[in-house]
Design a protein around this ligand. Structure first.
Ligand code: PLP
Length: 415
C-alpha cells in the first residue's frame, strides 16, 4: 500500500480547500497583490515536478535525472527574458522576498547603505524594515512621498542619495498608486555611483502588458513576484544585466536557497507564455482602466484617494472624509462579512497605527481576470458604500452579501 492517502483521502483538508474555493469565487477579491491564476498554471503547480531535487542550474545540477527539469527551467528563463527584454534571468526565487534578499547578498556587503521608499509611505518590508532581514543586515535609509501631492519626490530622492551615498537605490512599492518612471532613479543612482534595483513585485503584469514603463533597460537588477498582476504561481524572479548574472545566480543558490521548486518554475513558464500573448496586453490595460473607474466612483461617493487617484492596478483610500470615526481595521472587517475582501492600509502620515489605519488598499487584478469592466466598478463602489454606511445593520450586510455573490456568479473566475 504505497499511497495511504489514496485509500483514505484526507477529507479534512480537501473540504477546507473546497471551502476556500467557495470563498474565493463567491466574494469580491480586491486585495491588490492577489489574482486568479489559470488552470494551466495550477496544473503545473500540482504536478510530479514537486518530487524532483534539482539543486543547481540547467546543465549544472548536483543530482541526476534532471534532463527534463533542465528543459523546463530553460524555457522559463527564455520566455521571461523575452517578456521583459532582459539579458539574464533567475527563475528560482521561492518568493519576492527571497528574490530581494538574494539581490542584496549578490550586490551588497552587510552594513552597506541602501536607499528605499519608507514603509509607511508604500515601501515593502524587504526594503529595510527593522524586523526584516533587509533592515537587520543592511543600513537602509528612506525617502518619503511629498506632503502635498503624495507622490515620489525625485528632488528629495536626489538630496538623500547625495547625503547618504548609498551603494544601492531601491525603487518599487507595495502600496503606491502612481506610475513610477525608472529614468530619474537611474540618473540619481549614476550621480552617486549606486546600483539601481527596481522591485516590480506589484507591477510585473502591468509592465509585461505594456501598461507601465519597463525598468529593465535602466536598472542593474529588477525583481518581481510572479503571483500578483502577472497572474502566475506564487513565486519570485530576478532579471539583471550580464554584469551581475553570475553573482545573482550564486546568491540564489547556494547563497539563499536549496533545491528549487521546479513545479513552481514550470508554472512560471506557463504564466510567462500567457503573458506573452496579445490578450494579456488588453488584460493589463483593462486592470488599469478598472482601477481608474473604481477610484473615480469612490471619490464621487465621498472618499479621498491618496495622491488624488491611480495610474496602476491599485488605490489607497483615505476613509476619513467619508466617515471620521471609521478605521481601516473596521472597514476591512465589515466588508469581509459582506464578501468584499480588501486590506486596511495606512495613508501617508497616518495618525492611526498600522494595525488600525485610516485607509484601505483596493486592487483590480482579480476582478479584471473575472472579466469585469468599468460598469461593474461603480457597482462595487456602491456595495462598499452601502456596507460601510450600514455596518451596524446585519440585514443590510446580508443584502450586499447576496448581491456580491450574484455579481461573482455572473463573472466566474473558473468555469
Ligand atoms: C509582494 C512584494 C514583495 C514580496 O513578495 P512575497 O512573494 O510575498 O515574498 C516584495 N516587494 C514588493 C514591492 C512587494 O509588493
Amino acid at each position: 500500500m504505497p499511497f495511504p492517502s489514496d485509500s483514505k483521502p484526507d477529507s479534512q483538508v480537501e473540504a477546507l480547500i473546497e471551502k476556500e474555493r467557495t470563498r474565493q469565487t463567491t466574494g469580491l477579491q480586491l486585495i491588490a497583490s492577489e489574482n486568479f491564476t489559470s488552470p494551466a498554471v495550477m496544473r503545473a503547480t500540482g504536478s510530479v515536478l514537486t518530487n524532483k531535487y534539482s539543486e543547481g542550474y540547467p546543465g549544472k545540477r548536483y543530482y541526476g535525472g534532471n534532463a527534463v527539469v533542465d528543459e523546463i527551467e530553460a524555457i522559463a528563463i527564455d520566455r521571461v527574458k523575452q517578456l521583459f527584454g532582459a539579458d539574464h534571468a533567475n527563475v528560482q526565487p521561492h518568493s519576492g522576498a527571497s528574490a530581494n534578499m538574494a539581490v542584496y547578498q549578490a550586490m551588497l556587503k552587510p552594513g552597506d547603505v541602501v536607499l528605499g521608499l519608507s514603509l509607511d509611505h508604500g515601501g515593502h518590508l524587504t526594503h529595510g524594515s527593522p524586523v526584516n532581514a533587509s533592515g537587520i543586515f543592511y543600513d537602509f535609509r528612506s525617502y518619503k512621498v511629498g506632503v502635498n501631492d503624495e507622490r515620489i519626490d525625485f528632488d528629495e530622492v536626489r538630496r538623500l542619495a547625495h547625503e547618504h551615498r548609498p551603494r544601492m537605490i531601491v525603487a518599487g512599492t507595495t502600496s503606491y498608486p502612481r506610475r513610477i518612471e525608472p529614468e530619474p532613479f537611474k540618473k540619481i543612482a549614476d550621480e552617486v555611483g549606486a546600483y539601481m534595483m527596481f522591485d516590480i513585485a506589484h507591477l510585473a503584469g502591468l509592465v509585461a502588458g505594456g501598461a507601465h514603463p519597463n525598468p529593465v533597460p535602466f536598472a542593474d537588477v529588477v525583481t518581481f513576484t510572479t503571483h500578483k498582476t502577472l497572474r502566475g504561481p506564487r513565486g519570485g524572479c530576478i532579471l539583471s544585466t550580464k554584469q551581475h548574472a553570475q553573482a545573482i545566480d550564486k546568491a540564489v543558490f547556494p547563497g539563499q536557497q536549496g533545491g528549487p521548486l521546479e513545479h513552481a518554475v514550470a508554472a512560471k513558464a506557463v504564466a510567462f507564455l500567457e503573458a506573452l500573448q496579445p490578450e494579456f496586453r488588453e488584460y493589463a490595460h483593462q486592470i488599469v482602466k478598472n482601477a481608474a473607474a473604481l477610484a473615480e466612483a469612490l471619490a464621487m461617493r465621498g472618499f479621498r484617494l491618496v495622491s488624488g487617484g491611480t495610474d496602476t492596478h491599485m488605490m489607497v483610500v483615505d476613509l476619513r472624509p467619508f466617515d471620521a470615526e471609521l478605521t481601516g481595521k473596521e472597514a476591512q472587517a465589515v466588508l469581509d462579512t459582506a464578501g468584499i475582501t480588501l486590506n486596511k492600509n495606512t495613508v501617508p502620515n497616518d495618525p492611526r497605527s498600522p494595525f488600525v489605519t485610516s485607509g484601505v488598499r483596493i486592487g483590480t487584478p482579480s476582478v479584471t481576470t473575472q472579466g469585469m469592466r468599468e460598469g461593474e466598478m461603480s457597482t462595487i463602489a456602491d456595495f462598499i458604500v452601502t456596507t460601510l454606511k450600514g455596518r451596524n445593520d446585519p440585514a443590510i450586510i446580508a443584502e450586499v452579501r447576496a448581491k456580491v455573490a450574484a455579481l461573482c456568479a455572473a463573472f466566474p473566475a473558473y468555469r
